[in-house]
Design a protein around this ligand. Sequence first.
Ligand SMILES: Cc1cc2nc3c(=O)[nH]c(=O)nc-3n(C[C@H](O)[C@H](O)[C@H](O)COP(=O)(O)O)c2cc1C
Length: 436
Amino acid sequence: MRAYIEEMLSSGQMQVVAREVDPEHELAAVVAKAQQESRRPILFEDVKGSELPVVSNIYGDRDRLGEMIGDKGRSFCQQWANLMKAGGGELVTVAEAAGEFYSAKISDLPHITYHEKDAGPYITSGIFLANDVDTGVPNLSFHRGMHISDDEIRIRLGTTHDLTKYQARAEEAGEALEVAVLIGPPPVVALAAASPIPSDESEMALVAQLTDGPFRMRPCRHIDIDVPYDTEVVIEGRILPDVRRPEGPFGEFAGYYVDVADNHVLEVLGVTVRKNAYYHALICGSPEDHRLLELALSNRVYAHLNNTIPGILDVACVPNLFNTVVKIDKQYEGQPEQVILGAHGVHHDFVKSVMVVDDDVDMNDLDDVYWAFLTRGPADTRVKTFSGVPGFYRGNKPQNWGRVGFDCTAPLDGRPAFERKRIRGLDSLKLSDYLT
Ligand SMILES: Cc1cc2nc3c(=O)[nH]c(=O)nc-3n(C[C@H](O)[C@H](O)[C@H](O)COP(=O)(O)O)c2cc1C
């Protein structure tokens, strides 16, 4: 991540805040305001109460995520699928170089409180690396962590996740589960962590698959886990068996607060910080969160549709996981309806709405997607509804039940009438050449 931050700084894409900022609400407010204006990442050089500079919105732009996996701006999902078939690199464990890492405490890290009613400061960008107690298969996943003390962080493990299964198996055996929490690892680790793959497959192997050379790891100091070498901050700990303590409320991805609940406890055994480290802060429910969550679902929808229906070009989840946009090369009437049905079958919680668009539509811009729906055919016959289908729930409220699909494509006959008008020179024009 550091190499990436430095590249953003030298190319002028990083926004820099030099003045001191309070981690209690002010930092999140500045990030959120900056996200309203652009997708650029932002660096806070001086955060009250900690030596570490803080970066945010690293992953908030789909094009930047595409660049990270070598996509040349055509189709993120196609490039991901290509990488899954390619050779990949390998993991190599090396010893820590003298003086490169130092020991710290949780209280040395920035204590960032994001939302008005959050219970307190949270770690939101923590990627949990753990090995299955039975098979040793490593898993990576994001989980929020509530700061309690230098020895304790309270965490939320969703019921279906692999880490939850690892922890349950360790707990059955009466054991704590060792976990390394990575803050600011190389970007491929974040991409792999956001991807759900079958629980018997290694997400560290996926990291290797996404790289093309040796990928350096180093052993932890307190637990028997190797972590990506170039990680800014690593919290080493163990999830305690049969211990649950109050965690929350917290403002999470869907834009609402989750209530306080008895959740898992991570006992902290040590914190290692890389010299001159950056700390990654992420606002849950912001574009940065949505783009990471999108990665998992869009690749899954793409893989499923691409196996069954011709002409699938790319998939995005805009503005969030509840709406899936599928870009197709339309070849026959009825194809969008097949896409709608196919996409709805991919996930039991999300894909509440599906929008199918032609190749000339910007699938990352909901205005453009809806423009296509409004201008390329009748409104009444191109909306499909499916009643009574359960979806993502909070507290058993059925607010996400029912599914809907929008065919936003142009009819095949009479296509010339749907050619988009263009302004010559617009794509290559730089406004800064004109403005004073
Ligand atoms: C920024 C971010 C924060 C997340 N926080 C949590 C969390 O607190 N609890 C949780 O269960 N899942 C959380 N998730 C979702 C999981 O990390 C994600 O679904 C992951 O793919 C699960 O991995 P698995 O399929 O290997 O179990 C978060 C995802 C992101 C991108």
